[in-house]
Each structure stands twice: as structure tokens, then as C-alpha cells.
Design a binder for this molecule. Structure first.
Ligand SMILES: Nc1nc2c(ncn2[C@@H]2O[C@H](COP(=O)(O)OP(=O)(O)OP(=O)(O)O)[C@@H](O)[C@H]2O)c(=O)[nH]1
Ligand SMILES: [Mg+2]
Length: 303
């Protein structure tokens, strides 16, 4: 049996379902997801282990016309990733017409092809569960007219529809080669980053307008508490949430701190599952004025 291994990356406009699909392929949550745009802010590798192949899926931030320095940096990151993979999965949500955002990405992919990289692009029509069959068919037709695709695959990450088929198609574009990651390794995401991401995911729920973009989360420290008795270990996890304005700080904290407490208890559940320990989660909200446009602050926040 030939064994294949290599890299696929998902690109697509914000909210196209890239991270949800990455998680579905890996079979475990490695990337946070939300219905707010620009949820993903760095590349995340998820690893799919099969008998015949190892597929490393690189989930990327949504590609869009940048409006801030952060946006520019995220786009640059995506473009670098595109040149480093064996196959590209261009995600287009079925419940939205092919629009300028998709054409912008199609142009970037064409540019890449013109630059002489023969990287195959698979058009992945995501969220197929959200539309009736007839509309899905129309959408597939519109997608086929948008560019030159090696394949077009409709999927639903939520319904599990065709996720295996997509894996087969992506694996088909990988070169022969040995496994790149150890058995059972599902992501290269450091735990400390996952912790920050779980807090950001919880904090994104229910916030609107500019706030999702203005929110950055950094873990300050994770300290084990002195153990007394046989109970599971207890960790003190201190996390800073940065927003850009005082008004946003008030929203995140909520009346009498109620919102922040909800965010904390939701995030804590995920963090405890991740770390396999009881967690005392300490959240602090701080203002880092206009950090999205400030090179120095962007650096400090890890961009
Ligand atoms: N019904 C349905 N919803 C989906 C599916 N895939 C993703 N979603 C939803 O679409 C929203 C966006 O999903 P994400 O996976 O975060 O999208 P993304 O492309 O990673 O977004 P960015 O990281 O912001 O670029 C979330 O609310 C998901 O629950 C799907 O197959 N079916
Ligand atoms: Mg994402």
C-alpha cells in the first residue's frame, strides 16, 4: 500500500466554515469557531491520521480586503501558507451567493497559478445543509464558473455530509511519503494558545459590530496549585482580554460583571477538558488603544 502525506490548506472569506471543517476532518476541536468574522487569526495545523495517509490541514484566517494593519498581516500570512502546501481547499459557503469576496480570493489563487506554482485547488462548497438541493446545484454551477478547480466538493461539517469524500479528494493530491507527525497527535497548537483561544471563543458569543475585531486574548500564566490530598490537580489560569476602547471594556464585563462571569464559566469547561485538570480561571479586561493599527502593540499581542 502506498502511504501519502502532506499539507492541505483551507482558504476562504471570513465565516466560510474553514475552522469547523478542519475540526470535522480531524475529529476533534483544534480550532475555535464562531459566527463572527475573523475568528481565526493565525494558522492552525490539524492532523488527520488514516491507514493510507496523513493529511495535515492548515486552517487559515479568512482572506478579505484588509482595512487595518492586523488585516494586512493576516492576509500576508495566508498568502505565505498558500505557497507551502500540496493542495488548497477554497471554501465557499453554500448559503451565500458567490460574491466580490470570493472573486477577490479567486484572483489571488489565479495569481498564484500564474507565478508558476502548480498547486491544485479544490473548491469546497461548505454548509451544504443550509440550502435545498436545487440551490446547492445552482451554487455548484456558479462556483465552477469562478475559476479552474481540480475538483468541486459540497460538504457539511455540521451534518457530516461528504467530509470523508473531501478527505479522499485532498489525500489524492498528496505526494507519497512517510507520516510527518506522531500517531495520535492532532494539532501543533500549543496548549497556552488553545487556552487563550477558548477564552476568545467564549467572549465572542453575543458581541457585535467592531467588538469581535477589537478583542485579543493573551494567557498571562498557568500555575499549578499546591496539591492537598488525592483530588485532581488544580491550575490557576490568568488571562488578559484586550479591547480597544473603554466602552468595549464595559460591554465585555457586563452589568455587575455578569457577562464576564458567563464567559469565564463557558471557557473554563473547555479549558478543563483540554488540560485534564480543574481550573481556577481569572479573567482581566484591559484597554490597548487601537491595537489593530499599531505595529508595536500588534507585536506584543503576537501578530
Ligand atoms: N449549518 C452549518 N453551519 C456551519 C457549517 N460549518 C460552519 N458553520 C457555522 O459557520 C460559522 C463560521 O464557521 P467557522 O468555522 O468559524 O468559519 P471560518 O471560515 O473558520 O471563519 P474565520 O476564521 O472567521 O475566517 C459558525 O457559526 C459555524 O458554526 C456547516 O457545515 N453547516
Ligand atoms: Mg476560522
Amino acid at each position: 500500500m502506498t502511504f501519502r502525506s502532506g499539507f492541505a490548506c483551507f482558504v476562504g472569506r471570513p465565516n466560510a466554515g474553514k475552522s469547523t471543517l478542519t475540526n470535522a476532518l480531524v475529529g476533534q476541536k483544534v480550532a475555535i469557531t464562531s459566527d463572527r468574522p475573523q475568528t481565526t487569526r493565525h494558522t492552525i495545523r490539524g492532523i488527520l491520521h488514516r491507514e493510507d495517509a496523513q493529511l495535515v490541514i492548515v486552517d487559515t484566517p479568512g482572506l478579505h480586503r484588509p482595512r487595518t494593519l492586523l488585516g494586512e498581516r493576516l492576509n500576508a500570512l495566508v498568502k505565505d501558507t498558500l505557497t507551502e502546501v500540496d493542495v488548497i481547499g477554497f471554501c465557499l459557503p453554500a448559503d451565500q451567493k458567490v460574491g466580490p469576496g470570493d472573486r477577490f480570493i479567486a484572483e489571488q489563487l489565479e495569481q498564484l497559478a500564474r507565478d508558476g506554482r502548480g498547486t491544485p485547488v479544490v473548491a469546497v462548497v461548505t454548509k451544504a445543509d443550509l440550502v435545498p438541493k436545487g440551490r446547492l446545484a445552482e451554487h455548484l454551477l456558479a462556483v465552477s464558473r469562478l475559476g479552474e478547480w481540480a475538483d468541486i466538493v459540497p460538504v457539511s461539517a455540521v451534518g457530516g455530509y461528504q467530509v470523508d469524500t473531501l478527505a479522499d479528494v485532498l489525500v489524492g493530491h498528496l505526494p507519497e511519503g512517510p507520516a510527518l507527525y506522531a500517531d495520535g497527535e492532532l494539532t501543533d497548537e500549543p496548549e497556552i494558545v488553545m487556552v487563550a483561544e477558548l477564552v476568545r471563543e467564549a467572549a465572542l458569543e453575543g458581541v457585535h459590530d467592531e467588538l469581535p475585531h477589537s478583542l485579543a486574548v493573551v494567557v498571562d500564566e498557568i500555575v499549578p496549585r499546591e496539591r492537598t490530598g488525592d483530588g485532581p490537580p488544580l491550575l490557576d489560569v490568568r488571562v488578559n482580554l484586550f479591547v480597544e476602547r473603554d466602552s468595549q471594556k464595559a460591554i465585555i464585563i457586563g452589568k455587575g460583571g455578569a457577562r464576564l462571569r458567563d464567559v469565564g464559566s463557558q471557557a473554563r469547561r473547555g479549558i478543563e477538558a483540554l488540560l485534564g485538570a480543574r481550573v481556577y480561571l481569572d479573567l482581566h479586561v484591559k484597554v490597548a488603544k487601537d491595537w489593530q493599527r499599531d505595529p508595536k502593540q500588534l507585536g506584543r499581542l503576537g501578530f
